[in-house]
Design a protein around this ligand. Structure first.
Ligand SMILES: Nc1nc2c(ncn2[C@@H]2O[C@H](COP(=O)(O)OP(=O)(O)OP(=O)(O)O)[C@@H](O)[C@H]2O)c(=O)[nH]1
Ligand SMILES: [Mg+2]
Length: 261
């Protein structure tokens, strides 16, 4: 049997911010690729959303200099940290490495959000409250959901709605993950649950559905909190046909994984 998710060694060629990490419980993790136009707003808004939260940006050596700007911003803000990955690309891989960094630094909870402000940092406290309801049953993952009562998507063309519905239907009914918005990238995750997962997670966009499948089959509890997703106002989408084809292939591999398990 495979080992639970081990903590890998840091990659030697990467760049990291150097200011010491203050102790903390919750780390927001945002993967970035060419998000220079959104970076400063993202950092300001996440840190303002909760005075105890810290933020890690995991950049894949963006050609537009997002990583460089982030590294210099981190010198002035002790709650902001940066990892610039060299020679690696992919949203899922960047988030996994962000979660590993969170574990290495002793955080208990990671909150994953997009850097393009489609996810409102002001919703983070509601995600955290859903993970640890006072007097209620704790959850392992709290999803920022566009598909429960009160949730919404603003600014998408019909084609995006169609793909999104299809992926959510597949994740819920074919793979059996008990969530209406299994593809959301806005979520709070308990890091001890993440550390117990056994399967490989994809490095592309299907990371989100795979993570939920792994949490569910490990007996983890998933809850959903309504959010409004607003299409990005600045910068450009990284969802290209190649990225979608890779995600579709990774998603279909879950059918096989479910059948074998
Ligand atoms: N580190 C890293 N981040 C990525 C990569 N691809 C996308 N991202 C980041 O992942 C987040 C989501 O990417 P988007 O391009 O906004 O994709 P999306 O939100 O699914 O789709 P849109 O609605 O088109 O914006 C953003 O913060 C991106 O900068 C990648 O290869 N590496
Ligand atoms: Mg986006």
């Amino acid at each position: 049997m495979s080992q639970p998710n081990p903590l890998p060694d840091p990659f030697p060629g990467d760049d990291r911010s150097t200011v010491a990490w203050p102790p903390g419980r919750v780390l927001a993790v945002a993967a970035t690729y060419n998000e220079a136009a959104n970076l400063a707003t993202l950092v300001g808004r996440v840190l303002a959303a909760d005075p105890a939260i810290q933020l890690l940006v995991v950049d894949d050596d963006s050609p537009d200099g997002t990583g460089r700007s982030a590294l210099s911003l981190a010198e002035t803000e002790p709650r902001f940290h940066v990892l610039v990955r060299r020679g690696r690309r992919g949203l899922g891989g960047a988030i996994v490495e962000g979660f590993h960094e969170a574990r290495r630094q002793g955080f208990e909870i990671a909150v994953n959000l997009d850097a393009d402000l489609s996810h409102d940092p002001d919703d983070i406290p509601r995600l955290l409250a859903a993970l640890e309801p006072s007097g209620g049953r704790p959850a392992d993952v709290a999803l920022g959901s566009r598909r429960v009562a009160g949730g919404a998507i603003e600014g998408w063309p019909w084609r995006r709605h169609l793909t999104h519905r299809l992926v959510c239907w597949f994740t819920r009914w074919v793979i059996g993950v008990p969530a209406r918005d299994g593809s959301t990238g806005f979520r709070a995750v308990r890091l001890d649950t993440f550390a117990r997962l056994r399967g490989e997670l994809p490095t592309g966009y299907a990371f989100f559905e795979h993570l939920l499948w792994e949490v569910h089959r490990a007996g983890g509890r998933i809850v959903e909190v309504p959010i409004t997703f607003v299409e990005r106002q600045r910068g450009s989408s990284k969802v290209r046909p190649g990225v979608m084809a890779e995600a579709a292939r990774d998603l279909l591999s879950l059918v096989w994984a479910r059948w074998r398990s």
